[in-house]
Design a protein around this ligand. Structure first.
Ligand SMILES: [Zn+2]
Length: 133
């Protein structure tokens, strides 16, 4: 079965203690700002991701599903570059038999966290007040 998926391309531009990551798929582009992290836990800080609107074409809303896809693709790319960031997943993903703290969500939460995987990911996105989207 052929899976139709967006192919994403990333490029990191460093300007001293901060910079941007240029993110592109076939038709759209957005820059994501980052800062160098002062801690040994991360190399860069990028969460919460401000990815509500494309930069090109301008002012077009990015759907929540596409935001989650971008988050996951960027996370994979950063890990291939051996860059640790605050959008990384917890080292060990285990689930507890305790429900996610979000609203009526019926998923089990990640061990040691309040949320299930989906709501954990949504919590890394900026202005996503309605985590349930
Ligand atoms: Zn949940």
């Amino acid at each position: 079965m052929i899976k139709l998926s967006n192919e994403w391309h990333f490029k990191l531009f460093s300007k001293g203690k901060a910079g941007i990551i240029d993110c592109k798929n076939q038709s759209c582009q957005i820059n994501i700002d980052y800062e160098m992290s002062g801690s040994s836990e991360y190399d860069i800080l990028i969460a919460p991701l401000d990815i509500n609107y494309w930069h090109k074409p301008p002012n077009i809303k990015i759907s929540s599903e596409t935001q989650l896809e971008l988050l996951s693709e960027l996370r994979n790319w950063l890990s291939l570059q051996k860059i640790k960031s605050n959008i990384d997943l917890p080292n060990m993903i285990e689930f507890e038999k305790i429900k996610c703290a979000f609203g009526q969500c019926k998923n089990n939460r990640i061990k040691g966290y309040a949320y299930c995987l989906r709501h954990y990911n949504l919590s890394l996105l900026k202005n996503n007040n309605k985590l349930g989207l």
